[in-house]
Design a binder for this molecule. Structure first.
Ligand code: NAI
Length: 347
């Protein structure tokens, strides 16, 4: 009988445990769940395991990679799409990285629209008022989405679904992508033009060194007064201090944030009853026109099932066939692309 593959599962939440236990109902894998995140201080928990399974705020830095290599852990299985939390250049040649490239782009695109509708129709205010039997409408005036221009940055899986949703609302859609899709029927414009013309801007591109803080003082300065900014992508795409200034100057009309640049210190944890040290986050949350959800855009039943099924399938393929179509390396991530083109391991 083949030896069971041992998985050290970091940053495990109840919903992760449920979906992975269901996907592993036949006990094919031996999974040990750890509530702690993967860091240089916790990496030793993976001793004796073949794989570490991690999420968006686990830090797979040089020290972690070195320790994994020392313990003969040959695979990092990300249960998310983005891999900006992995030092992929240092991982190359040492540990392989697999991810879940798409689990439910609908979940994220629909959440972006949910945040937008909540914000522009003041549902977050109305909900609290009517709970307190306050039926006044003062201050709840919104605006129609019909006829407004949305600028979508990043027209991959999620961006395109949002575009389709917005078409249903009768919105004008303009888009920017570093690699525009040919024959897509999408109206691509330069980034500057998108900033200048959009009533609403929604971010759907990955975070890279190049686009960190793409929403900053200068680019906010280019935007229309009253612009609504939606970020369900990665927090550091927005300079939070510049966003606060933009809101205080009444330039930014509203912000809908599912991600935040310093989220790893707070998101996914219950800090009710505690004093949160992050003054920037506290300031944002205090603003009536800012809605924060804690990186929950992916959180649907369908997405959790896909994440668990694809992660376990990635691990199975890697160890049984030695090839995994969902492997990524720093070459895959660059324009030149990885030579192996997913027909072999990246190295
Ligand atoms: P995707 O890979 O299908 O599409 C990304 C698009 O961004 C591509 O068309 C690419 O050409 C474009 N792009 C790359 N660099 C760019 C740049 N500098 N400027 C403009 N466009 C650029 O990715 P997908 O599945 O649509 O996901 C988008 C992002 O959503 C992910 O990178 C991730 O950060 C975020 N995400 C957030 C989740 C959440 O729960 N909040 C869940 C899943 C993904």
């Amino acid at each position: 009988m083949n030896k069971k593959i041992k998985i050290a599962f970091f940053d495990a939440k109840d919903y992760d445990k449920n979906s992975f236990m269901e996907a592993n109902a036949g006990d094919e894998f031996e999974i040990t769940f750890f509530e702690t995140r993967l860091t240089p201080d916790t990496v030793q928990l993976a001793k004796g395991c073949d794989v570490v399974c991690v999420f968006v705020n686990d830090d797979i830095n040089e020290a972690v990679i070195e320790a994994l290599s020392f313990m003969n852990v040959s695979l990092v299985a990300l249960r998310c799409a983005g891999y900006n939390n992995v030092d992929i250049e240092n991982a190359y040649g040492i540990v392989h990285i697999v991810r879940v490239p798409a689990y439910s782009p609908y979940a994220v695109a629909e959440h972006a629209m949910a945040l937008l509708l909540t914000s522009v129709r003041r549902i977050h205010k109305a909900y609290i008022r009517t709970k307190d039997f306050n039926f006044s409408l003062n201050g709840l005036t919104g605006f129609d989405l019909h006829g407004k221009t949305i600028g979508v940055i990043g027209t991959g899986k999620i961006g395109r679904i949002l575009i389709d949703i917005c078409r249903g609302f009768g919105m004008n859609i303009i888009a920017y992508d570093k690699f525009p899709a040919a024959d897509s029927g999408i109206n691509y414009v330069e980034l500057g033009e998108l900033f200048e013309k959009s009533d609403i801007i929604s971010l759907h591109c990955p975070l890279t060194d190049e686009n960190r803080h793409m929403i900053n003082r200068e680019t906010i300065g280019m935007m229309k007064k009253g612009v609504v900014i939606i970020n369900t992508s990665r927090g550091a795409l927005i300079d939070s201090e510049a966003l606060i200034e933009g809101i205080k100057d009444r330039k930014v009309g509203a912000a809908c944030l599912d991600v935040y640049e310093e989220e790893s210190n707070v998101f996914f944890h219950d800090y009710s009853g505690h004093i949160v040290d992050d003054d920037t986050l506290a300031r944002l949350i205090s603003m009536p026109n800012v809605i924060v959800s804690s990186h929950q855009a992916f959180l649907t039943r369908e997405a959790l099932k896909n994440i668990a099924d694809t992660t376990l399938s990635n691990i199975r393929e890697f160890f049984e066939n030695g090839v995994c179509p969902n492997e990524v390396c720093y070459k895959c991530a660059s324009v030149s692309a990885c030579d192996q083109k997913h027909t072999k391991k990246c190295f």
